[in-house]
Design a protein around this ligand. Structure first.
Ligand code: RIB
Length: 293
């Protein structure tokens, strides 16, 4: 069976997750209910989603030489992700995300740490490694210059580029042009201009309202599945990982969005970004019994 080769160039974080009954107001101290450390980072999350959903995944990123870095690297290996190009840096600690989960919603502060050490020079040395792949999956939790360099190399070698523009920021026009697919959520969508060339690449996620995209000049929408939400952290990452797998297998955009939408629905039913991510068989089974709303 064909296993697409997906390369993820992105962030690796340890998520420090506090659950509480409400979000603290500015200047307020509140009592939490629970605290957990869970592997995260948009890059690593999307890599795990794609690997669980049947791709051959390689990840390029940076962690610190601390305990979090060691734990995350061995965790990624257990998820069947090639990590020989995950660099261990001495200068900065492993990236972390301080996450508060309350009432099925979350707020996140990311401290990039070692993720900021992933330079364009490092990516330049991986040209052959990138060129071998079917699809490059990018997010914006590493330096923008590094994202640009990765996209340039992928474009040169005809590797498809899926850019998840999160956390959102102003993106150079050249990067938008190089990307084959852009996957903002409804808030990030407002950062994009109305150029026709960009509109056609947009696949916009609307949380509990599903996903919208253009295919062959027609605007299409797929509603979300009705599921019991436990934690939405990493739902977007699951969608992106699944979309990447499906597209690089040659599925149509609509098939890929249906697959991603179902994978994301399953992910929100469990706690944690990666801990809730489904495997290929789970999504296939779910799609036989649940239709999008
Ligand atoms: O998209 C969710 C992720 O964003 C978390 O895992 C956290 O690490 C932040 O990068």
């Amino acid at each position: 069976m064909f296993k697409p080769k997906i390369i993820v160039i992105g962030s690796i974080n340890m998520d420090l997750v506090t659950t509480s009954t409400s979000f603290p107001m500015q200047g307020e101290t509140i009592k939490g209910i629970d605290f957990k450390t869970i592997p995260g980072g948009k890059g690593a999350n999307q890599a795990v989603a794609a690997a669980r959903l049947g791709a051959d995944v390689r990840l390029i990123g940076c962690v610190g030489s601390d305990d979090f870095g060691k734990e995350l690297k061995s965790h990624l290996l257990k998820e069947n992700i090639q990590v020989e190009h995950v660099n261990v840096v001495q200068k900065y600690p492993t990236g972390i995300a301080s996450i508060t989960v309350s009432n099925h919603d979350n707020s996140i502060i990311v401290v990039p740490g070692a993720n900021d050490c992933l330079t364009p020079e490092i990516i330049n040395e991986k040209e052959e490694f990138i060129a071998e792949c079917d699809l490059l999956l990018l997010q914006l939790e590493i330096p923008l210059s590094t994202v640009m360099k990765a996209a340039e190399i992928a474009k040169k070698h005809g590797v498809k580029i899926l850019l998840n523009p999160a956390p959102v920021q102003l993106i150079p026009q050249a990067l938008l042009e190089m990307a084959d697919y852009l996957t903002p959520n409804e808030h990030e969508r407002t950062y994009f201009n109305d150029d026709k060339s960009i509109q056609d690449k947009l696949i916009v996620t609307y949380g509990s309202k599903g996903v919208r995209f253009n295919e062959n000049g027609n605007e299409k929408q797929i509603g979300a599945h009705k599921v019991k939400v436990v934690d939405t952290t990493g739902a977007g990452d699951t969608f992106n990982g699944a979309l990447a797998v499906s597209l690089s297998k040659g599925d149509t955009l609509e098939q890929a969005c249906l697959f991603g939408n179902a994978a994301a629905a399953l992910s929100v039913m469990k706690f944690g970004a990666q801990s809730g991510m489904p495997f290929k068989e789970d999504v296939e089974k779910f799609l036989k019994t649940s239709a999008p709303g």
